[in-house]
Each structure stands twice: as C-alpha cells, then as structure tokens.
Design a protein around this ligand. Sequence first.
Ligand SMILES: *Cc1c(COP(=O)(O)O)cnc(C)c1O
Length: 368
Amino acid sequence: MLAARTADHGSFRLEPSTTCVDANERAARLVDPGFGRVFTDHMAVVRYNEADGWHDATITARAPLSIDPSTAVLHYAQEIFEGLKAYRLADGSTALFRPAANAQRFRSSARRLAMPELPDDLFVQSVEQLVRTERQWIPEGEGGALYLRPFMIASEAFLGVKPSAEYLYMVIASSVGAYWKGGARPVSIWVSRNFTRAAPGGTGAAKCGGNYAASLLAQSEAIRQGCDQVVFLDAVERRWVEELGGMNVFFVFDDGSLSTPPLTGTILPGITRDSILQLARDQGVTVREEPYALDQWRADAESGRLTEAFACGTAAVVTPIGSVVGADGRFTIGSGGTGQLTQRMLDSLTAIQRGHSPDPYGWRHAVD
Ligand SMILES: *Cc1c(COP(=O)(O)O)cnc(C)c1O
C-alpha cells in the first residue's frame, strides 16, 4: 500500500524534518565535504512485509534506526546496496546518472540474496524524491555531487537462518566533493595472493555488504604494502585479473584497443564500466571483454604492448593505475602517469554526467 500520490513527491509521503541544518551551517559543511561524511536532512524509507508488500513510502527526517538486537541483518548479513550520483548541470538544473540501471542491478542483487525485488519505478522515485528535497546539499564547486546510497536490510527480529520475512529499504544522501583534488592521481595496486573476492556461484555479481567485509583484510594488506588499492584474481586459478575491491578495471593497448574482464558472475557489473564500453565503441575504439592474466599484464606492461590501465566506478569515475605490486615485485604502467585514453574516457563521461556535452544515450535523468 503506497501513500496517496501527491504532485510533488509521487508515491512518497513527505514528512519534513523540523531540525534541518540552517543555511550557514550547511554552507560551512559544503566547503570541503570529502566523501561520505556530510549527510543531508532527510532520507527515503519503504517497508516490506509478506502481507502488505512494499508500503509506507516516506521521505522523512534522517535519524538513527532503532532495531532489535536479534534483527536478521546483524547476524546473517542479508543486505544489499547501490551507489549513484546527482549532479548540478551547467544550466543550473539537477540530474541523476542512469538511475534505471541502478534499479535493475538492485533487483538482481536482491534475487541473489533471497530478498524481495523493489519495483524499478519505486527505486527511481525514491532517489528522485530525495534529490528534489535535498538539492541545496549539492556542493557548488567543480566535482561536487550528491551521492545517493540506496540500501535494503533484512529487518525481521528472528535468529533462525532463513530469508527474513520483513525488509527495510532506505536511501540516504551525502554531499561529496571532487574525489581527487587537483585531478585524477594515478594509484598503485596490490595484487592479493592470499585472498579472493568472489568464487563462481558466490555473490561477486551482487552489490552486497558482505563482499566488502570480505575484501577489507586484503585492502589492509595493500595499504601495509604501501599501495592504494587491492586487485583481486579469480578464485579458481588465481591467474585472471577480476576487479578492485569496489571498482572495475580496464586495460589499454598500443594498438589503441581497450579490454576489460568479462561478466562471468564473479565481477560486479559496473554502470561506469558499461558506460565506458559504450562511449569507447562509439568513439571508434576497438573494445574487448576478455579474460586477462596477471602474468600477461606484467609482460605486456614491460614490453610496452600495454600502455594504460584504469579502474572505474561511480565514486571516482575513472582512476588511472600507475603501478602494480605483487609477490614478484613491482611493474609500472606506461609512464606511471595518466594515459591519453584514460583521460579521454574520464573527460567524456564527466562531460555527459555534468551536462557539458550532449547526451545521445539518454543517461542523464532530469530531476525537476
Ligand atoms: C559498485 C561496484 C563497482 C562499480 O560499479 P558502478 O556502477 O560503476 O559504480 C565495481 N565493483 C564493485 C565490487 C562494486 O561494488
């Protein structure tokens, strides 16, 4: 049962916060928001139970949750999430980037975690309505955006191991600044030998918190080795490059072609990945989705056949990979800086996202 449709908030009932941050304080928080620390005044909430289905869609004051200590998600990690951004465009309007793609992926993650599928229109409305309510929280500066974090948790208070009978879907919003101040900085990547991220038949293609929990130790190992990020190899042969903890990976070759590992179920199907594949094809770049082995990566980097590598995802969009460190030492990609095609992909994608160039794909989703 959805609340009555209203002109402004679709199926969502608006319960305005009575404790909104005042304009001066908000301006102060937006000066240098960083990533994931500054939150807005409201959140979207939709509840699910077997009897009523999805119901009680509300935009309400952002507040702590009060949940029973036996709540299923706290014990068995039945949780999924999404991440997408709303941008202020060159003409002053606001747009989300490909929210329908996030809605679809959210349903596919839900199926894998034995959770109910949130209808796409409810997902898209939830982020639209929250952005409409909170657009004053989009930082003005170059690179600023409102990062939306939709997520769903198993909310039944029961310790039995089974899919929960109740769920809570929510969206929170966080003001974020440019991910890399002063332009993209090439990162160094640690190749994890001890840990894998996802095995065939596992949850690698689902955006679930559990995948991240399992990646944190490998990420700490990367930091200990003096690297910025970890890259995972496949769990079966420990040979094929899969992805970073939260970003997909691309390789650029000296013939100008681009390749990325195929989506075989152990890799998260990134929307940035998909967008780059499409942009590159349309710019006449030869694109391949094919497995790429770590030893080949090293050989190609050393011979010069591989000229660039980059990681991509919603948060940082495109991140150049400068060097790779593994058990047999370090190798550098190209000159260790930001390659030409890497920069071109970053520039063309951000130009579409921010309304600086035409949008032939209909990726921008206006929020009036
Ligand atoms: C979210 C995510 C990505 C990137 O997906 P985008 O839709 O491009 O943001 C890549 N890998 C993992 C493991 C992720 O969770």
